[in-house]
Design a protein around this ligand. Structure first.
Ligand SMILES: Nc1ncnc2c1ncn2[C@@H]1O[C@H](COP(=O)(O)OP(=O)(O)OP(=O)(O)O)[C@@H](O)[C@H]1O
Ligand SMILES: [Mg+2]
Length: 430
């Protein structure tokens, strides 16, 4: 069941070409009606089955596909996977009735860019279509050169800007170092973009041992020469992991670590943001200046929680502090690590208590995570099919997909704070 033929409109900029896939005729028609009066959007095809969607997508090459999840012949997830292998430039928005939480994760894994719960409001629909389309245009401008350098994808100032992802927990031992390492590798493997990993734990950095990397150069070498820091110096100091993730290691001992200041970290991260698409930072469990500098600069904070009362208590405190610091709510992606349903606590109850949704759960890997660490091979490489690895890939997808970018809004660019320490910062905001 095809919509109108391909009719480029010579009078204005090209329209966003949309295909609707849903087995219910009424839904297809309602969506088409909602889109009819939008001047920049055009419905080019309608399909009622997954298989028909594949055939029409090849014929019409839509920019955006609105895909229902539940369809009789081939469900929306399988159809998305198949469609994207044939028409990779298409951006898929998955549609599903509310309450099908697990579908979100599977949809992202299949390559969907957005997830809209039904019933779908008009404004929500327009904004999702425009958003994924804009995202596709920006992403196409990021073209890795043979040297791996990035061209295009520039901000208004003409400089490419990557995302800083701080992996943080207000409770030690929640798994920040393990998850930061695995997330960086998963981001690299699932996006093939430039990924860096920074050991922000300047006192007892663990990234070197987890990734089994020995290097004499560390963040202290950058701090020592902060006045002359540039791309060459940065490249000289970064170690390269077998996964192609570039790693900035922590200083060799705590006393050298003391010499690295919050200002040093800000300058280093500012440069790394220009050189990489994703900069994952293993952030110290603290609200001291250096950890705050990383959290302020982060586009996303992956806040790790475990189902233990002390950790939940601290997460609650962290969320309050994040609010006082005026971080946009969406900046924090709350992730439950070591998820296990034998711990006598329901996630829904915890969510209610802390008034924040858990965006994703990472399964407890039992001894496998420690085994991977002891072997120096990240779990996502050693056991790619392990449920914990799959969860970490889902997190990578979520962070790199349009879904997270849309819900985030533009995080406020924090200036270097004039008052130091958490107390001083909070006082300064009154
Ligand atoms: N999903 C998981 N399943 C099972 N074990 C895990 C998982 N994530 C982390 N671990 C284990 O938890 C322990 C602590 O992990 P890790 O060192 O990464 O935590 P951390 O938050 O960085 O700790 P620290 O506060 O010391 O920096 C390790 O033994 C690690 O193997
Ligand atoms: Mg750690």
């Amino acid at each position: 069941m095809a919509g109108g033929p391909r009719t480029p409109d010579a009078s204005g900029p090209p329209k966003i070409r949309v295909m609707i896939v849903d087995d219910i005729a009424e839904t297809r028609d309602n969506l088409e009606k909602l889109l009819f009066f939008e001047k920049d959007i055009e419905v080019v095809a309608k399909a009622m089955t997954g298989r028909e969607a594949l055939a029409l997508a090849k014929q019409y090459r839509p920019d955006v596909v609105l895909m229902d999840i539940n369809m009789p012949d081939m469900d929306g997830i399988a159809a998305t996977e198949a469609l994207l292998s044939q028409v990779p430039e298409a951006q898929v928005i998955m549609m599903s009735v509310q309450g099908e939480q697990d579908y979100l994760r599977r949809a992202m894994l299949a390559g969907a860019r957005e997830f809209l719960p039904k019933p779908i409001g008009a404004e929500e629909l327009y904004s999702a279509i425009r958003h994924v389309h804009r995202l596709a245009t920006t992403q196409r401008r990021y073209v890795p050169t043979s040297s791996g350098a990035i061209t295009g994808g520039e901000s208004d100032e003409g400089v490419a800007q990557g995302q800083i992802i701080a992996v943080f927990s207000p409770k030690g031992g929640a798994g920040t170092s393990s998850i930061a390492c695995n997330l960086a590798v998963a981001l690299r493997q699932s996006t093939a973009k430039k990924v860096a990993l920074v050991d922000g734990n300047l006192t007892f950095g663990d990234i070197g041992v987890i990734m089994n990397l020995v290097s004499t150069k560390t963040v202290a070498d950058l701090a020592n020469r902060i006045g002359e820091i540039d791309r060459d110096l940065l490249n000289d100091v970064l170690a390269t992991h077998a996964s192609q993730v570039k790693i900035l290691l922590a200083p060799p001992n705590p006393q050298t670590g003391e010499l690295v200041t919050a200002d040093h970290l800000r300058t280093i991260l500012e440069l790394m943001k220009k050189e990489f698409d994703y900069v994952v930072v293993d952030t110290q469990s603290s609200f001291q200046d250096r950890a705050l500098a990383v959290l302020d600069m982060a586009d996303r904070i992956v806040a790790l929680m475990t189902l233990e009362i002390p950790c939940i208590k601290n997460i609650k405190l962290f969320l309050e502090v994040a609010e006082l610091l005026e971080y946009p709510k969406e900046k924090t992606v709350l992730v439950l690590n070591k998820a296990d349903n034998r711990l006598g606590m329901r996630v829904e109850n915890v969510e209610e208590n802390i008034q924040h949704k858990v965006a994703l759960q990472i399964a407890n890997a039992g001894h496998e995570m420690t085994l991977a660490v002891n072997q120096g091979v990240p779990l996502v490489i050693a056991k790619r099919d392990h449920s914990t690895s799959r969860d970490i890939f889902a997190l990578a997808r979520m962070l790199s997909s349009g879904l997270s970018a849309r819900t985030a809004g533009a995080p406020k660019q924090e200036k270097a704070p004039e008052k130091s320490g958490l107390f001083g910062r909070l006082l300064a905001r009154r």
